[in-house]
Design a protein around this ligand. Structure first.
Ligand SMILES: [Zn+2]
Ligand SMILES: [Zn+2]
Length: 267
């Protein structure tokens, strides 16, 4: 199956975890080398992030060469709990889109009452559902990311089984569908030991006609080239039509907020 490649979850050197080589110019050059049609830069917006960095990034983008590439600007927002996000609705208007991260295990983020597997699974579904109300959200990032290094051990496979079977997951998917919000496939989390369950989760998404977004969540240049893995995974899922995928050109503005000269992203 041939389809245009858009990577709409990508970090620059402005993210604390992005490598110094992740300049706009280097990213655009790599994007062209691997045949991307477009991309959206989505640096982290944490509570401590100086919002001015997005203004600096905008300048960097405008000075770089991206003639053959559609470029948008977004950010990755932390879901803190139901109705609570690391972005305000006012800030969200400065971006073409946001990517909502339901499970960044930070101090300010809600935690489950216990790590008992069914409780943990319901907590994840609650955070996924909360992510759907994040200001300006188009994509739910790495929906199955779970912390693996907690002091108390828990059975990740069991958590996933509960999650896949929960009626609240069905409700979450119905809402995602009606709001036209995509679920991300992040190649970092699909070929590990939980592979079969991960496949089962994404098949649930497809059954409910929820769109899947293919991103890299790249923090370094070498992490951007993930399209063979995506193709392999889509094959396993049985995706046969690009209509089942979230395509940036169908969901993001024709003219990026970057090019609207009257709008200053910082002010
Ligand atoms: Zn993330
Ligand atoms: Zn990210």
């Amino acid at each position: 199956m041939e389809f245009p490649k858009y990577d709409c979850h990508l970090h620059t050197h402005f993210s604390p975890c992005g490598t110094p080589e992740m300049t706009a110019q280097n990213i655009f050059q790599r994007a062209e080398e691997i045949g991307l049609t477009g991309l959206c830069l989505t640096d982290h917006l944490h509570a401590f992030t100086n919002f001015d960095q997005f203004h600096q990034l905008r300048q960097e983008i405008l000075q770089a060469d991206h003639r053959n590439l559609s470029v948008w600007i977004g950010c990755e927002v932390n879901v803190l709990g139901p109705g609570r996000y690391s972005i305000t609705p006012e800030q969200a208007k400065k971006f073409d889109m946001t990517v909502a991260a339901p499970m960044h295990w930070l101090k300010e983020v809600d935690k489950p009452d216990s790590l008992e597997e069914s409780v943990f699974a319901e907590f994840i579904v609650r955070m996924l559902t909360a992510a759907l109300d994040c200001p300006h959200v188009k994509i739910i990032a790495h929906p199955l990311l779970m912390p693996g290094d907690l002091e108390i051990k828990y059975d990740q496979a069991k958590v996933l089984k509960y999650l896949i079977d929960s009626p609240n997951t069905t409700k979450f998917l119905h809402q995602a569908r009606s709001k036209n919000i995509a679920i991300e496939i992040s190649p970092k989390y699909i070929f590990g030991p939980l592979h079969d369950l991960v496949v089962a989760f994404y098949r649930r998404c497809l059954e409910e006609n929820v769109l899947l977004a293919l991103n890299s969540d790249g923090h370094a240049l070498h992490m951007m080239n993930i399209w063979d893995r995506h193709a392999r995974f889509l094959n396993i899922l049985g995706v046969t039509s690009s209509n089942q995928l979230w395509m940036a050109n169908n969901h993001l503005p024709k003219i990026s907020i970057l090019d609207k000269n009257a709008i200053n992203i910082c002010k």
